[in-house]
Design a binder for this molecule. Sequence first.
Ligand code: ADP
Ligand code: ZN
Length: 745
Amino acid sequence: MPAARVLIDGPSELVFDYAIPDGLNVQPGCRVRIPLRNKLSQGTVLDLVEQQDDLGFALRPLHSLSDPEPLITANLLKAGRWIAGYYGCSIESVIRALLPEAVRTEDNSAKVRKTVILDNDPPPDILAKLQKRAPKQAAILSLLAHAPDRKLALADLGDGSSASVKSLAKQELVRLIDEEVRRDPEADGIEEILPDSPLPLNDEQEAALRVILESLNSPPSAPSSPPPILLHGVTGSGKTEVYLQATRATLDLGKTVLVLVPEISLTPQTVRRFRARFAGIQEQVAVLHSNLSQGERFDEWHRIRKGIARIVIGARSAVFAPLPDLGLILVDEEHENTYKQDQIPRYHGRDVAVLRASLENCTVVLGSATPSLESFQNTLEEKYKIVRLAKRADGQSLPLIRVLDMRLEKQKQKGGMAILSDRLRNALEQRLLKNEQSILFLNRRGFARSLQCPSCGHVCMCPHCSVPLTYHRDDERLMCHICGHQAIVPRKCPECRDPAIALQGYGTQKVEEILAKVIPSAKIARIDADAMRKKHALRDLLNAFQARKIDVLIGTQMIAKGLHFPNVTLVGILNADIGLHVPDFRAGERVFQLLTQVAGRAGRGDLEGEVIVQTFTPHSPSIQFARHHDFDGFAEQELEFRRQFAFPPFAHCAVLTSRSTHERRAEFTLQTLHRRLTEDPPPGLVIGEPLPSPLVKTHGQFRFQLMLRSAKARPMTRHVQQVLQKTTLPEDVTVVFDMDAWSFT
Ligand code: ADP
Ligand code: ZN
């Protein structure tokens, strides 16, 4: 007799075996009710296990199934096991990611409403009789006859109709049922979508689509799943059009499509284009926003599972969407670091997408103008196929990129802050005259905008985290962007009492201020996390920009992604260097990606685009290769460096971090772990020294870290797991293992 191994809901990750009562079809992935202590709890069946005879006691039987079918498909459960093993986390934590909270809690269950349906017209004689003796019933019949689908909610029939409806139902003239109603996230009609139709593809797009279709049509009996396809298309090359037509082809095969984007709120145009293209079957498109209510999430999840929603668009966690008959997974902007989850389970959405595609035997397309070196190296090793779109779809050439040496500018401006070069200012003025639009991009990495005293150099720091506080002009406050600590702006330097304490770094607000001064006639708007706190603020602003009500848009990383505005002919990058000088082997790759992506916002219409890059290090390879739109050149040089120093993609890189409010204990714990890790390591594992993290202190906790590298992933994860299991940690120390780490601060 097999027993069910059940993970109990709740924070304590309990797993117990239960006997399966006769006649109950229990499978892995099923949700069940089980007795626990004196009450009924809920849980998920992880596995069916052989019941041991020599237990000495009988297993308690499970109570019932919460849902007749398994909520986690066999393939997703397999993916879950892989994630647990690969990233070194518990299967419990993965199940939590697979089954969203909204689905696990029973109180979100489907909303029903009493509905009256008229299947057949009543016989005329009966109708005549009702009209005389029960006019109310006759009126209801007439209302129903004219209602859409000849059905109405009981509530809509007005007070006191219930008796009449019951009487009609008794005479079998109408049916009264409990109908499930969808809590539709789009019900408040956020915006009207104009349907569009497919564009005739150019040769490159045609070739790319053909490769995807070949993969889609590869026989299901093939010995292995089709290889992932890397779609490397320069900005504006029409990747989205290829996605859309591949999606249509997949639907036509009777299969479903999963579209992953870095972040829903930052890719409104991609989402809108999917909605527009599939406007005729709107109810088949599910968009998994982070701001769905629990009820909406529950309904969307079940619509997906039942195969009603056939296209799912979402960020990282949507990779677990329970689509049946999955035919195609699209990962847009596959290089984005938002695909990596920074909480347990620390999976990478793109990598799980590739895994899932292999389990489901479906096609996966990774698209980007700046592919990650991990994916690109996979094409060089022929594990992935590559298809390229080298030209812009509208026939325009890529924008001209000029690099401006700000060291010279700084000399010219004599000690000023050198924020806006003359060159860039002139270019902005020209655009204004021609009625064209500009985007100014400010790189925010590196904690700029701090408050520093010009006399003694004192910087206002967060008392809980080892970072400078950020100056916010709107409410004249200093704020820590890590823990949220707030302080008032000092009138004098706390150190030397000089009242001249001034802005050291600068932010989008400062740029806006300067711009308003030098080009007073320009209409300027700013997009950054502060300005966008209000709901819909981002969407409204982008709409205004689209409608050309704004001349210059100033923004941070938020505007680097897939925006498409045909009237933008100038992009200025104010501080290209920030981000180059951080302790992260991907720093150069990030700067290259960012510059390429931002530059790609220029010249996307009939007008030619220009990009001006202000930098203090004009000869840095990231800047020079980006300037020449030379991805291959950049990749070749960067891969050489990675190979030499055994960094990804030539090794897996993991970070082990210890943290505690007690500095010595955090350090000591990591040193102990380091010693144990080096005792009997698997071959090829390179173990770094335990060091303070670049951000030593956050949220009042001290952090220490060491880096591990290995060509083989599994032995590294296993080794770390074994050492962690053998080590008892002091109570106030937390240790985190981050496999394939993307953040080193
Ligand atoms: P990407 O996603 O690669 O940055 P987009 O899909 O946004 O590029 O395409 C850029 C522009 O080119 C869009 O306005 C799109 O409508 C247009 N476009 C795409 N494919 C074609 C085509 N085959 N013919 C004409 N215009 C196209
Ligand atoms: Zn802080």
